[in-house]
Write a protein that binds this ligand. Structure first.
Ligand SMILES: [Zn+2]
Length: 134
């Protein structure tokens, strides 16, 4: 299917990387005002909106073709798309279960302590007990 070549992952990734690189280059220009930078961000946002609209149109076309040609039943397709979209949604936190706490080694005493009870110092992450001695 040579006509679908432009839709390959490589193409879309390259395009996205080029766009991002261009945007960063624009941002790096010292003489560019904040209003102009915001303008560039809106421009990028519009481009991405256009790309999303194109993807939706392509998905609709492909889905329609699959159903019309009897490759797949519409209900099955809707079911599959819905479940795939559901998997993308962020999972709600379960109540009652404590969040897993990242452990880290204190740079001073060497004990493994929860990362949320450490302090960043010039010697590294140190535990609250050691930090109070600073
Ligand atoms: Zn310590």
């Amino acid at each position: 299917m040579p006509k679908l070549g432009w839709f390959s992952t490589e193409w879309s990734e390259r395009s996205a990387i080029n766009d991002a690189h261009e945007t960063l280059e624009y941002m790096a220009e010292a003489d560019m005002g904040i209003a102009e930078q915001i303008g560039k961000l809106f421009e990028l946002d519009r481009k991405q909106g256009q790309q999303i609209a194109e993807l939706k149109a392509m998905l609709l076309a492909v889905s329609g073709l699959l159903v019309e040609t009897g490759v797949v039943a519409e209900e099955k397709l809707v079911e599959k798309i819905t479940s795939t979209l559901d998997e993308l949604k962020p999972k709600p936190e379960k109540k009652g279960e404590p969040k897993p706490v990242r452990m880290t080694r204190c740079a001073s005493c060497g004990k493994d302590v929860p990362a949320n009870s450490t302090n960043y110092t010039e010697t590294g992450e140190v535990c609250d007990a050691c930090f109070s001695g600073y």
